[in-house]
Ligand binder design. Structure first.
Ligand SMILES: Cc1cc2nc3c(=O)[nH]c(=O)nc-3n(C[C@H](O)[C@H](O)[C@H](O)COP(=O)(O)O)c2cc1C
Length: 355
């Protein structure tokens, strides 16, 4: 049986181990969405991961939902990402950039007064951070059918830009209540065109994005993250047990690099999905809210639930997490106060083990 420290392959890419840096938004790009030198340092510090999946990155200005998140739709952003990928590769790491269109999550003030866009004009209750502070969410504007097709093209362009920036691939963010999951979930998708209504129609956007991005950059460079039954960001999903198997049936023939499951629906459903997916599975295990630790990862692999395990908060606080796991060393604690935004503090100053 494999362990977290065994080598692995995704697509044609060799990975040094099965420990993945979970995608984590850290809001340290500049106001134009350009990745900073500090971000290059942060990711290079974590290059001991078998695979780094970066923070969510907007494919378009309207796809941005939070302050100072990076983008992949301008030349300056591509140049910024190039510094990040070069720094990671110089340390022997592998890096996929997560493409995250936040859909209805966000605020009009982030893009010159233009409202957020979504499958349907359904408000996600709650509040969001803007440059002016915490404000109520707004009702999004419904995308026209032509605009949905245009949005697929934006994912494709962003993926091409990721490759231009030197990334090894992209992860499509279909989880956690952002645009792709807003299409999947009946609560946020009340459309009557080919993108709404039946399960076959609600999965269409995800399938088109995956298909077109795979065509553009090669399926071996594309991963997809999903979070069945997630309720975060006001998501209410119906027919989860029909929806995700239908989605996987459609995308399995593409031969993507991996499927990344956020285990919101529990281990049994993970197993159901895994049985349907002949390729690689990365799992972000459900630990009842506890940060994923070595024991959770080892259990998930022992259960046959996945091939690789994603570590979020523990990797955030321990830049050399794989080395610490190997050594059985103590871990630094993550400080939630510095998760989102700020400077190097709580970002690049978590100490590595003394050697
Ligand atoms: C600060 C922070 C930012 C996050 N940002 C993202 C993100 O941009 N994209 C994403 O798919 N998940 C995001 N997540 C979720 C993580 O990828 C992960 O699924 C979650 O933290 C649970 O894993 P853990 O227990 O190992 O921390 C974020 C989590 C944290 C703590």
């Amino acid at each position: 049986m494999s362990t977290l420290f065994d080598e692995a392959k995704i697509g044609g890419l060799g990975l040094a181990n099965r420990i993945v840096l979970s995608p984590m938004t850290r809001n340290r790009a500049d106001r134009d969405g350009v990745p900073t030198d500090l971000m290059a340092t942060y990711y290079a510090q974590r290059a001991g991961a078998g695979l780094i999946v970066t923070e969510g990155t907007q494919p378009s200005a309207i796809g941005q939902g939070y302050v100072t998140t990076p983008g992949l739709h301008t030349d300056a952003q591509v140049a910024g990402w190039r510094k990040v990928t070069d720094a990671v590769h110089a340390e022997g790491g592998r890096i996929f950039i997560q493409i995250m269109h936040t859909g209805r999550i966000g605020h009009s003030s982030l893009h010159g007064g233009e409202p957020q866009v979504a499958p349907s004009p359904v408000l996600a209750e709650g509040q969001t951070f803007t440059y002016e502070g915490l404000v109520d969410n707004e009702t999004p504007r419904e995308l026209t059918t032509a605009e949905v097709e245009q949005t697929v093209a934006e994912f494709v362009e962003a993926a091409r830009n990721a490759i231009r920036a030197g990334a090894d691939g992209v992860e499509l963010h279909g989880a956690n209540g952002y645009l792709i999951q807003q299409f999947l979930a009946s609560g946020s998708n009340q459309r009557t065109d080919k993108y709404g209504g039946s399960v076959a129609n609600r999965i269409r956007f995800a399938v088109e994005v995956a298909t077109e991005v795979a065509k553009a950059i090669g399926p071996e460079r594309v991963g997809l993250r999903i979070s069945p039954a997630n309720t975060f960001n006001g998501i209410s999903e119906t027919e989860t047990e029909e929806l995700y198997p239908a989605l996987l049936r459609e995308i399995a023939p593409l031969g993507l690099a991996y499927l990344h499951i956020v285990e919101s629906a529990g281990r049994e459903f993970t197993r159901t999905l895994r049985a349907q997916w002949s390729g690689t599975v990365i799992l972000s295990p459900n630990n009842d809210g506890a940060p994923t630790g070595r024991e959770h990862g080892e259990q998930a692999i022992a259960d046959g639930a996945c091939d690789l395990v994603a570590f979020g908060r523990q990797f955030l606080a321990n830049p050399d997490l794989p080395a610490r796991f190997r050594a059985g060393a103590d871990l630094n604690e993550a400080d939630p106060a510095t998760f989102y935004g700020g400077d190097h503090r709580g970002y690049t100053d978590y100490p590595a083990l003394a050697v």
